[in-house]
Design a protein. Structure first.
Length: 590
């Protein structure tokens, strides 16, 4: 007789789920045994449940379909929560199976007792406890439907014995649960009002986000009609910043000056599928029209004159005929020239071959050598800065990271999920030394599961972005040092192909070898610690903060660190512009 766990596995299989990411435990025995016996379903074993949730989120982001993860009772499913928060905030459909203690013991302070139905509420669109065996098929179906329709996390909390119970013979056979197709366009009156606002603007700027996925042609068509520069948010980069003459760069904390200028100069801002959280990067006095599928986000970050509910792909074709033809493109031309200048400045930093290696140089080399359809995952902190500025999107590459939740240690777990989907596709994880070592055991997962992921470690012996935040706030850096052993040697001992790089001349060769290796590989790159990831706009408080940092560092006896900051970020740039300068001379002048 089939069990509830068999029903659960069957329901996932007919809905396109091919694996459950997780770590086995006694309360999950019914589920793992059902997976063992099932055709077409794999148990994707990890070393930490947080990885299981991150991997499921990455899989859902790549496929667009439902992905699954599981954790055993108590501490097991608690470990899922960080990755589930990330999936929920990234708006990808994930089903989490949270095994529970025996139902009869709930409320008795039993061994490993928690209350998952309460704990996971904040990071899910649906969270329900299965109290008796006949409930499971119905609760499971509702959970899967909520996840795919609301594009979020659904949690089914189920005591272990209910997974082992015989399935209700009257329960209907599982049917596929896939998202319903929709066509969402604002009311005609609202479209006319939007056109009137846009037509009245002389300097229209478009802020485009992840909601523009699948609407690249529509986005370019409205930019052309409005003669408007396009500024993109980080999660939208992979969908927007390619084959796009209107794109003038990334905005937000990791952005560049041209994007900030295009936003601040606008008299009308058209927000398409973006919920950029940083209020300080919106224009102060522009009229704002915002389009999003989720009505609840309209006006959440900036006051909008008109909010529209609809998809970008469906709405733009309906809006275009209502817009006037424009003769002047001065605002666009100015933004494009500013972007060319900002891009040239960034590219110059990537050409610096001094030692220790600049992270810009490392990322540009990786961008040049990686496959045209590579999947990149990135840790937060400094790796995401360089990924955002130096990885080239082309419509085939993907870029995943904890861009909304901002969690450390996501790069390798997300790479595990990405490589599980298609082991023949190149997957590259841009990892910080702090992020990698936080979940270092997952390198064993890469080896055990034979996942051909290339991990590139930005090894600056510090929590680097935290240091940058301290400097901007005028605080002496403290508690940020990392004493790393040879990470390449560690990776080699764990069974990976590994190389260590501290000489710029060795960088390209090591990266090429790792990318070509048939299996998991790691390149440990010693990168400059004191590189300043300058934000697109610098406030007076940041200038004051950095000045205070310099004074306080000297008073605290850390003047050598201040000298390193100046040498890395000022001297090299000045020397590079002197007559007769050569890169070899720069490296020697230090």
């Amino acid at each position: 007789m089939a069990t509830n766990a068999d029903h659960l596995v069957g329901a996932l299989r007919v809905s396109g789920v091919e694996r459950i990411h997780g770590l086995s435990g006694d309360s999950l025995n019914g589920l793992t045994d059902a997976v063992r016996r099932a055709d077409g379903m794999a148990w994707a074993q990890v070393r930490h449940e947080e990885t299981a949730a991150f991997a499921a989120g990455a899989e859902a982001a790549l496929t667009g379909g439902l992905a699954a993860c599981a954790g055993s009772c108590g501490p097991g499913n608690l470990h899922l929560i960080n990755g589930l928060f990330d999936a929920q905030r990234s708006r990808v459909p994930v089903l989490a199976i949270a095994a529970h203690i025996p139902h009869a013991e709930i409320g008795s302070s039993y061994f490993q007792e928690t209350h998952p139905e309460r704990l996971f509420t904040e990071c899910s669109v649906y969270c329900e406890l299965v109290s008796e065996p006949s409930q499971l098929p119905h609760v499971l179906r509702r959970a899967m439907r909520a996840a795919v329709e609301q594009r979020g996390v659904a949690v089914v909390v189920v005591p272990g014995e209910i997974l082992l119970a015989e399935v209700d013979p009257d329960a209907p056979a599982p049917r596929p649960v896939v998202a319903a197709r929709t066509h969402v366009v604002p009311h005609a009156d609202d479209l006319a009002a939007a056109a009137a606002i846009l037509d009245a603007g002389e300097k229209v700027t478009i802020l485009a986000g992840a909601g523009c996925a699948g609407a690249h042609a529509e986005l370019l068509s409205i930019a052309e009609k409005l003669r408007a520069p396009i500024v993109h948010a980080l999660r939208g980069a992979e969908h927007i910043a390619y084959d796009n003459p209107y794109d003038v760069g990334l905005t937000g904390l990791l952005g560049i000056s041209s994007a900030a200028e295009a936003m601040s100069d606008a008299d009308v801002l058209l927000v398409l599928g973006s919920d950029l959280p940083y209020r300080e990067f919106y224009p102060d006095d522009a009229r704002v029209v915002q389009l999003d599928l989720r009505g609840e986000v309209l006006g959440r970050r900036v006051d909008v004159e008109l909010g529209l509910v609809g998809s970008v792909a469906d709405t733009v074709p309906a809006l275009l005929p209502l817009l006037r033809e424009r003769e002047s493109g001065e605002h666009l031309a100015s933004a494009q020239e500013s972007y060319r200048s900002a891009r040239a400045s960034l590219d110059a930093l990537a050409d610096d071959d001094a030692s220790p290696l600049r992270p810009e140089r490392t990322t540009r080399a990786l961008d040049r050598l990686a496959a045209d359809d590579a999947v990149f995952t990135t840790d937060v902190g400094s790796p995401v800065v360089w990924a955002a500025r130096y990885l080239t999107m082309n419509g085939r590459r993907r870029l995943l990271g904890s861009f909304w939740h901002g969690s450390m240690a996501g790069a390798v777990p997300q790479a595990i999920g990405a490589a599980s989907v298609d082991p023949t596709r190149q997957v590259v994880a841009l990892a910080g030394d702090g992020g990698l070592t936080m979940l270092l055991g997952e390198l064993f997962t890469l080896v055990q599961s034979r996942l051909p992921v290339t991990v590139v470690v930005y090894n600056n012996a510090s929590y680097n972005f935290v240091e940058l935040e301290m400097k901007a706030a005028g605080v002496v850096t403290f508690g940020t040092d990392l004493e790393n052993t040879d990470l390449a040697a560690v990776a080699t001992a764990m069974g990976l192909f590994a190389r260590h790089v501290d000489d710029p001349a060795d960088l390209d060769g090591a990266l090429a070898e790792a990318l070509a290796h048939d299996g998991p590989a790691l390149v440990d790159v010693s990168t400059a610690r004191q590189v300043l990831a300058v934000p697109p706009t610098i406030t007076a408080s940041q200038v004051k903060g950095f000045a205070l940092y310099g004074i306080r560092s000297v008073l605290a006896g850390q003047a050598s660190e201040l000298v390193d900051v100046v040498r890395t970020n000022v001297v090299r740039r000045v020397v590079s512009h002197l007559p007769g300068h050569s890169k070899d001379r720069e490296a020697g002048d230090g």
